[in-house]
Design a binder for this molecule. Structure first.
Ligand code: HEC
Ligand code: HEC
Length: 343
């Protein structure tokens, strides 16, 4: 084209070329997001926009109430030893605030207990993000040696011998107790545990005064540092996986420090092939102030430290203390309400 000015025709041509390249690159990103790269797996599961938690969701109350009874009942575990609620406590943000909870065999579990609040809004469950439904996770917990160490025949027999359960299940399902129904009612209870109406959600809904200036600044920093490229969607997380970290390798660093709390589990793809061990689901940040200690290993006691670790491993920078404080303040505005009561 040389140095002469472009003709109108050439300008249009250049514009179309530019447009085509842009379109192609967008398509490529899309293909990549859809494809094998584990970092982008399931990326577009849900919208990336940060939106409020719905004020209410449709729940079958009879099922949820029955599920709550089971959730709080040790008798659904081997030897009547453990109930779901011992690790997931509703008055402690849906966790137990321990780095690692004690499993039924009195050994610490290998990962920190995540909250059950808003879990029904998550497209992927567990620290690895490999769980796909609350029903499946419930079954896995019931059967796992690290969970309730139960098996279906024994559990169904036990429940059948308890008149209240027998009556409740028959009233709801018009049938004798079945594993699918046990999973369903527990899952329905967990699904009912949403925490809407945080001050930040009120702000998103248009109430400018629901959060203070510092929290607004914190939210701006959360976006400008790039936290929201991973912690996104209604739960500010939970809809994609990412390596821990993108700058340095958290697990390798723990290994180098001979840290005993090393988790040694790999994530498997559909062909049962081991993938990056360092890949984790981006956790939700809803009610995060209440769910210390942080990370899959429960290694980090305070939210400030967690934000600093994120800066270092995910963004490759040391976030200045003043910005860490503002981001922390923003995160604290994410505490919601459970059944109309502030958490
Ligand atoms: C001994 C403690 C313990 C008990 C008892 C327990 N859990 Fe959990 N729960 C955990 C841990 C630890 C994880 C994370 C496992 C992982 O992904 O590594 C978890 C994960 C979950 C998740 C996924 C949450 C998320 O953010 O993805 C749900 C849902 C859940 N549990 C429900 C239950 C139910 C229902 C029961 C009872 C049937 C139960 N739990 C009993 C410790 C416990
Ligand atoms: C590249 C994606 C990515 C970016 C960017 C990112 N995070 Fe994370 N975040 C994760 C992952 C993955 C984890 C879980 C790590 C683990 O525990 O194994 C996590 C964990 C956390 C936790 C701990 C949550 C819990 O329940 O234990 C907090 C808090 C957090 N991030 C805040 C932030 C903040 C604030 C920023 C920006 C400064 C940020 N994150 C940037 C992916 C990201």
């Amino acid at each position: 084209m040389g140095l002469r000015a472009m003709t109108c025709h050439e300008r249009i041509h250049t514009f179309y070329c530019f447009f085509l390249v842009l379109l192609l690159s967008l398509l490529c990103t899309h293909v990549k997001a859809d494809g094998k790269d584990p970092f982008f797996q399931d990326y577009q599961h849900e919208t990336s926009l940060i939106v409020p938690i719905p004020q209410s969701i449709k729940i079958d109350l009879a099922k949820a109430r029955l599920g709550k009874l089971l959730f709080e009942d040790k008798r659904i575990s081997k030897g009547d030893k453990k109930a779901c609620v011992e690790c997931h406590l509703p008055h402690l943000g849906g966790v137990d605030n321990e780095p690692l909870s004690m499993a039924i065999n009195d050994k610490p579990r290998t990962t920190n207990t995540p909250t059950i609040f808003n879990a029904g809004l998550l497209p992927m469950l567990g620290w690895r993000g490999t769980g796909t439904s609350l029903e499946d996770v419930t079954e896995a917990v019931i059967k796992s040696e690290m969970g309730l160490a139960m098996n279906w025949p024994e559990l169904i027999e036990k429940l059948n011998a308890i008149p209240a359960y027998q009556k409740n299940f028959t009233t709801i399902f018009k049938k004798t107790i079945e594993p699918a129904h046990v999973k369903e009612v527990i899952a329905e209870y967990v699904r009912s545990l949403i925490t809407p109406n945080s001050r930040f959600d009120q702000y998103l809904r248009g109430n400018e005064d629901a959060i203070i200036l510092e929290e607004k600044r914190g939210f701006e920093l959360f976006k400008s540092y790039g936290c929201s490229s991973c912690h996104q969607g209604v739960n500010l997380g939970g809809n994609m996986r990412a390596p821990f970290g993108l700058f340095g390798n958290y697990l390798q660093d723990k290994k180098d420090k001979k840290d005993k709390t090393m988790t040694d589990r790999r994530i498997y793809n559909n062909n049962n092939q081991a993938q990056d061990q360092n890949l984790f689901r981006v956790p939700s940040l809803r009610n995060v102030e209440l769910t210390a200690p942080y990370f899959h290993d429960g290694s980090t006691k305070t939210l400030k430290e967690a934000i600093e670790v994120m800066g270092r491993y995910m963004l490759g920078r040391d976030i200045p203390k003043s910005d860490v404080s503002l981001i922390e303040q923003f995160l604290q505005s994410l505490n919601g309400e459970l059944n109309g009561e502030a958490l």
